[in-house]
Design a protein around this ligand. Structure first.
Ligand code: ATP
Ligand code: MG
Length: 400
């Protein structure tokens, strides 16, 4: 439905050149919910604005429903109003002095006479669209008398009234409080399904991307780092940047132990905390330095006394000491020390640990992945750092 090929765009700001897009390739399938996810400044809005026709890239091509709407080499540029799409901005951009109905009908009212529906048809579409976004009966209400969530719905309604084949949404929920945001996620998603819209959605919020999308493209520095379903992105990150940005992760430098592998598909690695086995779905081509990564919720922590048989020969079973634990309601965040290395685990909230407790940590090999090391990686952009926890810590558990 939307095909983006080798899109490049630089800006010059105060004499400095910023390469906002450095060769974006994307295919957004028909009637799917497709999300661009990435940290601030990675080029999400620039990509969306290029699709909308609000930005002219320096290089590349964009096709919508088979029609070339932009091509740098062929010098094609179709203006926004001829791309059969609608865009909703973070700021809503609704007119406060107009009623809801006037806001929604605006895109139709402003069409040239030859393409404009009759007043009766416009009125009917307005009622239908108000219903679709659950604002039925509020047509005559001035827009400035709406709540934040209602304003957001109004902005959506105004985008939908022209029956666009493609809906572009740029962080549309970031102004809403947490509870409302959850509701609106589900509403936007069901609207997309019902109307079979192709949605290109922008967010830097990983939970939003995972919970709403058919497909997610993780962007970094003007490039797409990985495209996949939410499960693929989360469970099989292709790079450590993706692993870190989408959730939190434990990572360890690793050297393969020869001869490898021990079992079919498994590879044994030497790490700072001893030998660990990585499961079948590893991306190791045998070249370069590696790291192994695993998610905190795949780390199991048991009190040492409970394990009974002290069988140290099992794969990925480690002796550890509790550094701290923080209760989050849905899970217990635990930090353990293994040979001077801190690992994070998210365990069942019914468990309780104290600082200094001796425990056994198990990391099932099938959840251990191997990725290229990424030494130039900045600090994780999501996922908490140790300092984030200090305020929540039970004083008894606070490290001395
Ligand atoms: N008009 C402009 N002039 C100069 N630089 C720009 C312009 N628009 C974008 N940029 C730069 O291009 C890069 C990408 O910007 P973009 O707005 O696409 O990022 P983003 O991923 O949407 O970030 P955010 O999550 O903060 O909205 C940034 O470094 C930004 O400063
Ligand atoms: Mg942006």
């Amino acid at each position: 439905m939307i095909e983006i090929h080798q899109l490049r765009r630089s800006f010059t700001a105060r004499g400095e050149v910023v390469e906002a897009l450095r060769g974006i390739d994307l295919t957004v399938p028909d009637a799917k919910f497709f999300t661009l996810l990435g940290p601030s400044g990675c080029g999400k809005t620039t990509t969306l604005r290029s699709v909308a026709g609000l930005e002219r890239p320096d290089h590349g091509e964009i096709r919508i429903a088979g029609q070339t709407v932009f091509s740098a080499t062929k010098r094609t540029y179709v203006p926004p109003e001829r791309r059969n799409l609608a865009m909703v901005f973070q700021s809503y951009a609704i007119w406060p002095h107009m009623t809801c109905a006037q806001n929604i009908s605006f895109p139709l009212d402003s069409l040239p006479r030859s393409r404009r529906p009759s007043s009766a048809e416009i009125a009917e579409s307005v009622v239908r669209t108000l219903e679709a976004v659950k604002l039925g009966g509020l047509g005559s209400r001035p827009a400035n008398q709406l709540s934040g969530g209602q304003k957001q719905r109004l902005a959506l309604a105004r985008a939908l009234i022209t029956n666009p084949s493609v809906l572009l949404l740029d962080e549309p929920l970031s102004n809403l409080d947490a509870g409302l945001r959850d509701d609106m996620r589900m509403e936007i998603r069901s609207l997309q399904r019902r109307l079979k819209l192709s949605v290109l959605y922008v967010t830097h919020d990983q939970a939003e991307a995972l919970s709403m999308s058919n497909l997610v493209a993780v962007m970094r520095n003007g490039l797409v780092e990985q495209v996949g379903t939410p499960r693929e992105i989360y469970n099989e990150p292709a790079t450590s940047f993706v692993a870190r940005f989408v959730g939190s992760i434990n990572s360890l430098q690793a050297q393969p132990v020869q001869p490898a592998p021990v079992a079919e598909g498994n590879t044994v690695f030497d790490t700072p905390i001893g030998r660990l086995t990585a499961g079948a779905k590893t991306l190791w081509d045998g070249v370069g330095t590696r790291q192994i990564v695993f998610r905190p919720e795949q780390v199991f922590v048991q009190p040492e006394a409970h394990t009974g048989n002290e069988d140290d020969s099992q794969e990925n079973v480690l002796k550890a000491t509790i550094i701290r634990s923080v209760f989050y309601g849905q899970y217990l965040h635990v930090e353990v020390d293994v040979d001077g290395v801190t690992l994070r685990a998210h365990v069942h909230p019914s468990l309780e640990f104290r600082r200094g407790d001796k425990v056994r940590v198990t990391i099932p090999p099938q959840h251990v992945r191997v990725l290229p090391s990424d030494d130039d990686l900045e600090a994780p952009s999501t996922g908490a750092t140790l300092d984030d926890f200090d305020d929540d810590i039970d004083p008894e558990l606070r490290p001395a």
